[in-house]
Design a protein around this ligand. Structure first.
Ligand SMILES: Cc1cc2nc3c(=O)[nH]c(=O)nc-3n(C[C@H](O)[C@H](O)[C@H](O)COP(=O)(O)OP(=O)(O)OC[C@H]3O[C@@H](n4cnc5c(N)ncnc54)[C@H](O)[C@@H]3O)c2cc1C
Length: 495
């Protein structure tokens, strides 16, 4: 009765990893993509393609991941190791010890080998020179734990995964949204109901892997779970992640899990459209705030811009911006750091002001000049000095402010000044389904729903209130690969 061994719902990184894995384990596999072909790839397409994984430094990574690195490039790179213990500690600290230990440990433990596995499927990687390293004494010092990206970023990653899947003979159907799960009398999942332009249909499979994203694209669910006002936030990526995968699993008794009232959200250009733009991609983000200060429209600072590497603060600062008047934040930099701003500050679609004085900046931005000058002067007076180094937590701090800046606190006093205006961009939601360490979806009594697996954004339990940058793609790959293996085995496939 089954048309397929494995039906994969979704066509982002998690789904494509699941499909590659299921296929290499001998399963006849189909991928269902809600989006039309020219919008395929989900949020994964919009990413920088940056992965966080455990490794022992450059020599280790160069072996089977950064295989294209030249000797000249090697000589220029300082890549700190990222041990499993450190990665796990970061998962715990960033989520304030709320992450599911078993799932987080699995993510960490499988991260290194999954990167090698991706490379074996023709995905190529390069160091993130532009975004995650600072040139210090002639060498590129990488920082923050997310140091390797797929060639071509997220778009390159997805296109390479699709090309690989197609080459291996995996079928992909576009414009095909799964809207319900089919079950037999024993609860075993037997397929999906799909909606296409032509109406409804049923596709039968021995197993289903849900890898179709969270509910960040759905304004009604955002208000329902994230709170009042979240319908007004911009969405950084796809418009297709409406929570349908989560809903269809809950409808058959799956267990809701994780941090439903929180999400990954960051500083995002105020002029960005409601959903992601496939040309600008992630360049609406403005991640260089540790190099300057951030104020609201009352000209008050409201976060410690230097609390940690931006990789560990950006995903929660979007929520802080939501709480500010007009959901707006203004990042201000002076000549000491403007040359270090990330590439995303230099695109033409940027909301920017430039002036010789802070008053001039305020006038251009419709802010109260006296208030902005006061905030900057108070901040400057509180800067303690020290050995400034943007590639380490340098401890160059302010003292005596209501909101301190605890690293990289250079005074803002060398014009011309630049300001960038941001609002909140939602990246993905944290609440989702509970899986076990085989990727099987759990019911309310912690029993596996036979034949049902999940991977990617819609897995709950990994991220709470915050998120270590680069973990989303890694989680999609680790749990996608795992779900593919488990589903193929359950379906009785053999390679
Ligand atoms: C701008 C931006 C930048 C980011 N940068 C990074 C980064 O550099 N590193 C990192 O680790 N993470 C990054 N992230 C987070 C990352 O995108 C996600 O964690 C990851 O891509 C999620 O992968 P996924 O496969 O679970 O979901 P997605 O990639 O969103 O894929 C979901 C898929 O499911 C499809 N779908 C939805 N509903 C249905 C349905 N009912 N039926 C069939 N198909 C359906 C969608 O169309 C899509 O193809 C970024 C996110 C954004 C938006």
């Amino acid at each position: 009765m089954s048309d397929y061994d494995v039906i994969v719902v979704g066509c982002g990184n998690a789904a494509l990893c699941a499909a590659l894995s299921a296929h290499e384990n001998g399963a006849k596999t189909i991928v269902l993509e809600r989006a039309p072909e020219d919008e395929r790839g989900g949020n994964s397409y919009f990413t920088a393609g940056g992965f966080r994984f455990a490794h022992e430094g450059l020599e280790d990574v160069a072996e089977d991941i950064l295989t294209d690195l030249s000797d000249a490039e090697r000589d220029q790179i300082i890549l700190p190791p990222h041990s499993r213990e450190f990665f796990m500690d970061q998962m715990r600290e960033v989520t304030r010890y709320q992450c599911d230990e078993d799932l987080a440990q699995l993510l960490v433990d499988r991260s290194r080998m999954t990167m090698g596995w991706l490379r074996s499927h023709s995905i190529r990687f390069v160091p993130m020179f532009g975004r995650q390293s600072y040139l210090v004494d002639g060498k590129h010092h990488f920082y923050g734990g997310v140091n390797i990206e797929a060639v071509g970023g997220g778009a390159g990653l997805v296109e390479a995964e699709i090309a690989r899947a197609e080459k291996l003979g995996v079928e992909i159907r576009y414009g095909t949204a799964a809207v319900g799960l089919l079950q037999d009398k024993n609860r075993t999942v037997t397929g999906v109901t799909v909606r296409t332009k032509g109406g409804y249909d049923e596709i039968y499979g021995k197993t289903v892997i849900l890898a179709c994203g969270g509910f960040e694209s759905n304004p009604e669910w955002r208000v329902r779970y994230l709170g009042v006002g979240w319908d007004l936030a911009r969405v950084r990526g796809t418009r297709h992640n409406m929570g349908e995968g989560i809903k269809m699993a809950l409808d058959i008794g799956a267990q809701p899990y994780g941090n439903w009232s929180s999400c990954h959200a960051c500083e995002w250009d105020i002029s960005a459209p409601p959903y992601g733009d496939r040309w600008v991609l992630d360049n609406f983000q403005k991640h260089s705030y540790p190099l300057g200060i951030m104020v609201n429209t009352d000209c008050e600072r409201f976060v410690d811009e230097g609390a940690d590497y931006r990789n560990l603060t950006y995903a929660k600062y979007g929520r802080e911006i939501m709480a500010q008047p007009n959901r707006t934040a203004i990042q201000i930099f002076d000549q000491q750091t403007i040359h270090r701003l990330r590439d995303e500050y230099r695109i033409k679609e940027v909301t920017k002001a430039k002036a010789d004085t802070i008053e001039g900046l305020a006038e251009q931005l419709d802010l109260d000049p006296a208030k902005l000058v006061k905030t900057v002067e108070e901040y400057n007076a509180a800067c303690q000095g020290g050995e400034y180094n943007p590639s380490v937590l340098d401890g160059v701090t302010t003292k005596g402010l209501k909101v301190e800046k605890t690293n990289w606190a250079l005074p803002i006093n060398q014009g011309p000044y630049e300001a960038y205006v941001c609002t909140t961009g939602v990246t993905f939601t944290f609440g989702g389904l509970r899986i076990n360490t085989s990727g099987e979806v759990q019911d309310m009594t912690d029993q596996s729903i036979p034949g049902l697996y999940a991977a990617g954004e819609l897995v709950g339990g990994l991220f709470y209130e915050n998120y270590p940058g680069g973990t989303g793609l890694m989680s999609g790959s680790v749990f996608g690969k795992l779900a593919g293996e488990s589903a193929a085995s359950y379906a009785g496939a053999s390679a």
